[in-house]
Design a protein around this ligand. Sequence first.
Ligand code: OGA
Ligand code: ZN
Length: 359
Amino acid sequence: MIQLIWEDGSRNLFPFIWLRDNDPQGFHPQTLERQFDIASVDVLDSIDSAEIQGDRLVLHWMHENHSASYALQWLRDNQPGMSLNDPADFPVRLWRNELQQQGVASSSAANILIDDVALLSWMRDTQSYGLSIVDNIADASHAGMDIAKRVGFLRETNFGVEFEVKSKPNPNNLAYTSSELPLHTDLTNQEVPPGYQFLHCLANEAEGGQSVFCDGFAVAADLRESNPEAFEILATVSIPFRFQDEEYDIRSRKTVINVDENGVVYEICFNTHIAGIFDLAPEIMETYYLAYQAYKRLTQQDKYQIKIKLNAGEMAVFDNRRVLHGRTAFDPNTGYRHLQGCYVDRGEFESRLRMLSSA
Ligand code: OGA
Ligand code: ZN
């Protein structure tokens, strides 16, 4: 490795193979993609000379007879062991029922549609809380989708690019009835469940039909404290999910709690109505169900729920891989209820955040 000591006394180590792999000459000047072939060199090779020339570090590899030159500032900004600054990597703000009093962040549709600064500020709130409201949306079909398109490509599913949530004859989904919908994340039966969900309310005149939200990350954090064994089972044992109708049979296995390599929860997949038939070994079934039930019982506590009756012209926007949503039952004889929904995946959302942040 080579050690650089900066003017402020801080030191960084740069392994030779990392420097070789990141030689600026190995990248296409236009696309910025790497063209260097890692298979072509000896990973354990070392350099035979290093010198500082102005604001650059110049190295030479003897066996290859190869020279490379690096901007010192680039080395400082990309030092190994430090994660790169990412404008889409926002601190997650967990919430519980106090958000009811505090109020969910809300933004006006007109601003989001025309102003990138307003768009960025709304997207940041939506990402850190996993939930926001957009209001003053035009009373028109697809008006919610137009806002979602400001964020990025829509994610098409078997329910279409846009889905209509209303009580329908021959429903293929509980959402299309007037029943209560317990807290859930959508489409856990998909290989990758959709990221952000947009639910635009066109009419909500029936009695009932309140939206319910719960921060699935907060529930997971509290379960981790109070019942670490349950947390562990939900994070390591996967269960099947399945959607089927006359045209589709879409299945996937998921763990309810998904944890990254640093132990950070990055996704909740919780949907008891499309959970398949559990095929776990009989010996662990009760233990699994106890953990699964413990998670659900927490989501049912007032402590974790906020309730909002969406009005026409309002749209709830939430991270479907974090925030659980549901609704109370409604009586279709007392008035009309109609929502339109669509999704934008996390990747598109984050890309937009980065582009807006650097504008
Ligand atoms: C859904 C859903 C909520 C509602 O369509 O997936 O959860 O308020 N709808 O009807
Ligand atoms: Zn849903």
